[in-house]
Design a protein around this ligand. Sequence first.
Ligand code: COA
Ligand code: MG
Length: 293
Amino acid sequence: MEPLRTLLFVPGNRQNMIEKAQALPADVLVLDLEDSVPAAEKANARALVRDSIAGLALKGQRVFVRINSLASGYAQQDLEAVISDGIDGISQPKPSSGDEIRRVEAIIERLERDRGMRQGHVKLIPWVETAKGLLNAFEIASASPRVVGIAFGAEDFTLDTGMERTKEGSELHHPRVMVVIAARAADVIAIDTPYNDFRDEEGLIREARLARSLGFEGKFLIHPSQIDPVNQIFRPSAEEVAHARRVVEAFEAAEVQGFASTSLEGKMIDIPQANRARKLLGIAESIAQSEQG
Ligand code: COA
Ligand code: MG
């Protein structure tokens, strides 16, 4: 799959930002119809997003649209406006169960059929951002083959659970780990919450590193200045790639000798380390390919 390291939110009612986004190097642009758009602007944003998709796709951008939740009453209209060949997927906020994913999927399926699109073209990234959503995260992540990743939404999650939202974020450790476990059990990727303090690059880098170390493969962003640092953090470094190559070579040499473990630079290498190294090489390869193309 193509990388999903950096997913930049662009408010759906801000024409200048959508234009600016044409040339930004995020892996994915997420045109937002939900919480960055006030109620009075919903219809306006829906039309603007609908009309912007083809142009962004033409510029080579991968586009997702974050629709409003099923509970809002807007989701169906949002989907009718935006389902088209130019989008890669839909991001669904605040689902509490797998059933809610299947309800959105049913609407998408019908629209794909009516519009002569390839069935299954439109992917899904649901948000895990409520107490119920977190307890049902595996069910949500495995509700449909369209789901490619699940996103952790810290603002709504701490609001829903009554947790204090602190700067250092220790309250987010447990839900983050649960989101990663649910994602991996469903064989999809986990994507971390946005970092709101967009002038604080150091804090952003610290949080993105932490997310990567916990198993997240990408992060939602709110500001263009966040793209480069976060792309870099989720790209395996040259040293990591070189080390992974040495691990795989050492392991394969041991296998030829009939061993499933060996040593490299004073440390044991066995099957999990070799597989970890292969996974890292796979990620590095898919990033290199997407950055060339
Ligand atoms: N996408 C595209 N362009 C963006 C952008 C975004 N998310 N955020 C800022 N920009 C543009 C600005 O329009 C500005 O363009 P200009 O130089 O042509 O005028 C430039 O980047 C620099 O922006 P800056 O002045 O630093 O910030 P701002 O005050 O204009 O915007 C926010 C700050 C937070 C309001 C804005 O980044 C934003 O709306 N982010 C998305 C919020 C969102 O979607 N939230 C919902 C998800 S939680
Ligand atoms: Mg939210």
